[in-house]
Design a protein around this ligand. Structure first.
Ligand SMILES: Nc1ncnc2c1ncn2[C@@H]1O[C@H](COP(=O)(O)OP(=O)(O)OP(=O)(O)O)[C@@H](O)[C@H]1O
Ligand SMILES: [Mg+2]
Length: 308
């Protein structure tokens, strides 16, 4: 098996619908995911994340460019790529006339997994996703979050080498989300590779070795969460409660954002002491915190929107 789980080169997709102008959903996306890696695609609504995952999971054909799954051309030979992958699609729903237990077991059997293994993996996935009390109810009777857990449980149980998860924890309560995180981390420890999308940036940070930010069908930036934060100029933010009149000096420490009278400065840890001394000298209250991935995301996408 190739060490590279996924490689796309200059992938493009234009949707054509009758009577409306074509939509360029992907405009040259090159992404690489190594075996065993956990990678997230972040991006605003309509950025192209789902389109990318659909092409990578052989559900949609690209307009141009190439996509390989474990070295197999997923566009020309989808049947060779498919055994490697399992997908939680965006807004997917379990079969209403099956119970979670039936759905998970049946899906594993359809993938060619033997009876005993299917049974034990099914029970493990039900427990991991906290579905015990509803496992024998028809899916139509489940709550939204329970249905989503069933979808994730079904895919987790496959232990497929490459898992695509499009907003896997949408609608789940905070406990269930943590259950998803633990299960997915467990799978990558066993050797699976993950490519997921999420709008929860805390989730992206917990789950990803690397992230790609997609904007307007292109890769805007890529890197680890720390690298994305450092691209703002620092990993710490210092808020000076009343920073009016001090902006010029504060700007020499890093990028500043004014919010009412307060000024927040993004600063490298190496300059923190100097900045706090400056605040103290001016008798200003200052609070220090880490830059979040959400801030890094808002800034880098925000800058790109402003540039247009
Ligand atoms: N079948 C389709 N026909 C025409 N346009 C489409 C189709 N599917 C998606 N699009 C358009 O392609 C672009 C990318 O959509 P996509 O679903 O990939 O975005 P996304 O990043 O997954 O967004 P979200 O975060 O909202 O799920 C959007 O402008 C969308 O309206
Ligand atoms: Mg989507």
């Amino acid at each position: 098996m190739s060490e590279e789980a996924l490689r796309s080169v200059d992938l493009r997709k234009t949707y054509h619908s009758r009577g409306t102008p074509p939509v360029e959903a992907l405009r040259g996306v090159s992404i690489e995911v190594r075996r065993g890696e956990r990678v997230s695609l972040l991006g605003r609504n309509g950025a192209g994340k789902t389109t990318f995952l659909k092409i990578a999971s052989t559900l949609l054909r690209p307009t141009s460019g190439t996509i390989e799954i474990f070295g197999e051309d997923a566009d020309r030979h989808p049947e060779r790529a498919r055994p490697y992958i399992a997908v939680v699609p965006q807004e997917g729903k379990p079969f209403f006339h099956l119970t979670p237990r039936e759905q998970i077991y049946t899906y594993l059997r359809a993938r060619g997994i033997g009876r005993e293994t299917a049974k034990s993996r099914c029970e493990a996935a039900i427990a991991q996703m906290g579905l015990e009390s509803v496992a024998d109810r028809l899916s139509i009777t489940l709550s939204g979050g329970q249905r989503q857990r069933t979808m994730v449980a079904t895919v987790i149980a496959t232990e497929a080498p490459l898992l695509f998860l499009d907003e896997p924890s949408i609608g789940m309560d905070p406990f269930a989300r943590r259950g998803v995180w633990d299960s997915l981390k467990g799978l990558t420890r066993k050797g699976s590779t993950l490519l997921l999308t999420t709008h929860y940036l805390d989730e992206a940070e917990v789950l990803s070795d690397r992230l790609y930010i997609i904007e307007g069908g292109r890769v805007l930036t890529a890197g680890t969460a720390d690298e994305l934060k450092r691209s703002l100029g620092g990993t710490l933010k210092v808020t000076i409660a009343d920073g009016r009149g001090l902006e010029e000096t504060l700007r020499s420490f890093g990028e500043c954002v004014a919010d009412g009278g307060a000024v927040t400065v993004i600063v490298d840890p190496s300059r923190l002491r100097e900045l706090l001394d400056f605040a103290v000298a001016h008798e200003k209250a200052a609070t220090v915190g880490p830059v979040t991935l959400e801030e890094a995301f808002l800034r880098s996408v925000g800058r790109s929107i402003n540039d247009e």
